[in-house]
Ligand binder design. Structure first.
Ligand SMILES: Nc1ncnc2c1ncn2[C@@H]1O[C@H](COP(=O)(O)OP(=O)(O)OP(=O)(O)O)[C@@H](O)[C@H]1O
Ligand SMILES: [Mg+2]
Length: 456
């Protein structure tokens, strides 16, 4: 999560972007135009782009998905019985973020829809489970998806019993008839599994229609939490999407860039660099596209004529910071306090704090805020959590009277992270203390990290 200089990228065999010198004076961006500054801000189109920016947007699914032929073939094989009026096996698709699961399903849906005949109707009902917070909402959303296709039917309102919503869904499905393919994207985000249970046994309650399901998940272990009956019904087939490698990501970016950018708008190094960073982060195509999009915006805002490596680095840092801020906001209140103590200590001393020092400072903060502190054991668990999230480094070292302890250092930009933490009303008073330089909160035992530490 640390900031990177463009020249810091390690060589990575054939796929590493070429290491370039920082641009010399001859490459300097031209000075801002002398034109009316408002006209300049509102100018209709940057010189970087030649066409619509749509292909760089996240929701855009290109006509051709590169490096996913095998996955598309396998999903088609599983679902093709629907075209003959047969019930396809249920399918679970797994893969890390940005590995093309949603894009593949969208593509497959298009291909199948084009081949559906009147004799064997097929209806696709898609729901992103991250947007439905309850079992009821899932049934309601599927039912209302059918209502949109059935003129004259009433929508399922909020507030019915779950049973009534389910029975209405069945009756709507029977009115529609044929095969219904229910696509549950981000199925692991579903709150509660009762609705899945109902959907898994729905064919028993249907008269004219038949359903099958496609579940999409980031979490390979997601089915472990399910009732054995639901698990076996839901995962008759499964496909795992591997992460994209750097070369594949570069191909994906190149295809999009051709549509969007003028010939000379991208330095030859730019696509490789975006692909390199994204391949380091789970091979995420969404990330690669976001880097390219943001790097181009940064270039455009600074009136640059060409997107270059340093713009990609700036884009990377901005995206990382956004992630850190989002991540920090989800922490438990006491975990935030502990992180605040570590980072503000690190900011002042430019050195780590031992577990013992962190606990003492945390207790001091609790005292100032009028909150009862948690026990050291829980705080040690919080440190492990913060380390897993990449917000701190916690290095175990031996030394001092009490043996082994952990030296905790910040792994994130201090200023922005402290600001994000202090947005929590609980921690807000700490921002004033920091601003006015009241340092009494920090009673670190000394510069030697071994001294006074309790075992971490
Ligand atoms: N093979 C590909 N070719 C072109 N674009 C792709 C490809 N794979 C993914 N993309 C693009 O990358 C972005 C992320 O892909 P997608 O949403 O399908 O990922 P996902 O696996 O569903 O991720 P998540 O698990 O986070 O939902 C989308 O904009 C998609 O169009
Ligand atoms: Mg997806």
């Amino acid at each position: 999560m640390e900031t990177n200089d463009p020249s810091e990228i390690p060589p990575n065999g054939l796929t590493s972007p070429s290491q370039k010198e920082a641009p010399g004076p001859e490459h300097r961006e031209p000075p801002p135009s002398e034109a009316d500054p408002i006209d300049e801000i509102l100018r209709p189109r940057s010189t970087l782009y030649k066409g619509s920016l749509e292909p760089l947007q996240e929701h855009y699914v290109p006509p051709r998905l590169l490096h996913r032929d095998e996955e598309i073939r396998r999903v088609l094989m599983v679902l093709r019985p629907a075209l003959q009026g047969e019930i396809p096996s249920t399918l679970l698709m797994y893969g890390k973020v940005g590995t093309g699961k949603t894009a593949v399903v969208t593509q497959v849906q298009k291909e199948l829809s084009r081949r559906v005949t009147l004799e064997h109707p097929v209806t696709f009902l898609g729901v992103n489970c991250a947007n439905v917070d309850r079992n009821y909402a899932l049934l309601q959303s599927l039912g209302n998806g059918l209502v949109e296709l059935l003129p004259g039917e009433e929508t399922i309102p909020t507030g019915w019993s779950q049973d009534r919503a389910y029975r209405t869904l069945c009756s709507l499905a029977d009115k529609r008839g044929g095969i219904l393919l229910i696509i549950l994207d981000e199925i692991d985000k579903l709150a509660g599994t009762e609705a899945l249970y109902l959907l898994a046994q729905m064919n028993r309650d249907l008269k004219r229609a038949r359903v099958s399901m496609v579940g999409i998940s980031n979490d390979l272990k997601f089915t472990e939490h399910l009732d054995a009956r639901v698990r076996s019904r839901l995962s008759q087939e499964s496909i795992i999407f591997p992460p994209y490698n750097q070369a594949q990501l570069r191909d994906i970016l190149k295809e999009r860039a051709k549509e969007v950018f003028q010939e000379e708008a991208l330095d030859p190094d730019v696509l490789d660099r975006c692909a390199f960073y994204a391949s380091q982060e789970n091979g995420d195509a969404r990330r690669a596209l976001a880097l390219l999009r943001l790097a181009a915006q940064i270039t455009d805002r600074s009136h640059g004529q060409q997107v270059r490596a340093e713009h990609v680095v700036q884009a990377k840092n901005t995206l990382e910071l956004d992630l850190i801020v989002e991540c920090v906001k989800t922490l438990a209140p006491h975990c935030k306090m502990l992180l605040w103590v570590v980072i503000s200590g690190y900011e002042r001393r430019r050195a780590g704090v031992t577990m013992g020092e962190a606990v003492k400072s945390y207790e001091s903060v609790c005292h100032q805020l009028g909150i009862s502190p948690l026990v050291a054991r829980t705080l040690a668990d919080y440190v492990s959590e913060l380390e897993t999230l990449g917000l701190v480094h916690a290095e175990i070292f031996s030394g001092g009277r009490r043996g082994r302890t952990r030296l905790i250092t910040s792994a994130v930009p201090s200023h922005e992270t402290l600001r994000a933490l202090e947005e929590d009303p609980l921690l807000r008073p700490l921002s004033q203390q920091r601003t006015y330089g009241q340092t009494s909160l920090f009673r670190f035992d000394g510069q030697n990290p071994g001294r006074g530490a309790s075992p971490g």
